[in-house]
Design a protein around this ligand. Sequence first.
Ligand SMILES: Cc1cc2nc3c(=O)[nH]c(=O)nc-3n(C[C@H](O)[C@H](O)[C@H](O)COP(=O)(O)O)c2cc1C
Length: 353
Amino acid sequence: MKGIEKRKADHIQVSLEENVLAAHNYWDDLRLVHDSLPEVDLDEIDTSTILFGKKLRAPLMVTALTGGYSVAEKVNRNLAEACAELGVALGVGSQRAALERGDLKSYTVIKDYDVPLVIGNIGAPQLIPQMRQKAFSAEEARQAMDMVGADMLAIHLNYLQEVAQPEGDTRARGCLEAMRSLSRELPCLAKETGAGISRETAIRLKGIGIRGFDISGTGGTSFAKVEAFRSLRMGDQRCAAIGTTFGEWGIPAPISVRLAQVGIPIIASGGVTNGLQAAKSIAVGANCAGIARAVLKDALESAKAVEERLRIIAEELKVAMFLTGSSTLQELSKQRVIFTGPTREWGLELEVI
Ligand SMILES: Cc1cc2nc3c(=O)[nH]c(=O)nc-3n(C[C@H](O)[C@H](O)[C@H](O)COP(=O)(O)O)c2cc1C
């Protein structure tokens, strides 16, 4: 294996073998207020929602993980089967490998399943010319969507990862304009990869026609740490140092949800591992919770394992709704949220709580 294929395999391996999590999970700083008289039956609670015009049985999305090499086919098949079974959304991993090398199979498998909302994925750095690569065209982006039967295209913002990557693409000038022209042609959302989206960036992105965000904030998988471990294995001291130093860099996920509230849908990812954290994400203003690393091990195992994990997360979300007396997600979104610890400090400082 070499090139992108090796990098994709490394990301999975490093994410499972090393401690790549941020030191602090910011969702755990949030509390919902208990209601001892919910006045709604657990069975009556409705977790369904409409996101980008598609009906989901629960506000959950497995966010971009992988694609483009042999094991990825199994991973994506297992994820798609489970998401279809539970009626939740699926975002595929970066489709760069397929566009550059025509390696389609690990992506097209997704079309074998009836997933209610599928999101394609390409990187913002690939929309402008880089040192070793020309920019993807709108036609190629369209091909990426067709390949997985996508309803929307996520443009991932991953410059923290790129600076800590020995082979990273670090040209960023012109990305916003490139995203503007692509958004005219295709329904795009902007997706971070673990460092969160600020208010100013959210406003700029909405202004160029972006239709939603996956804020992917700090608190879960740290891609700086992933690249630091990978760089160490490759003997690249410079990138290992950068990845380690910036291992906790970024905007806490719950704060980014608040900052990105500019009137378009928000997917909240970055450290969501259970249904209580998913419920908190809805209560702070997200439309859907996104989960990546927490289903990775299951995805390598079987569709049943992913399904079981997601089923428990959906059930826990329902329990959080029950115990706050929320019979719908709209009611959950109006619940009082108590902010504690570092998340409270961020929230007060940025005036979003
Ligand atoms: C192994 C692995 C591979 C990933 N690959 C991609 C990718 O190709 N494109 C992307 O937008 N995000 C990618 N991500 C980022 C996730 O979609 C998500 O934004 C981030 O991991 C935070 O969520 P988590 O804390 O639940 O893992 C990847 C994450 C992991 C763990």
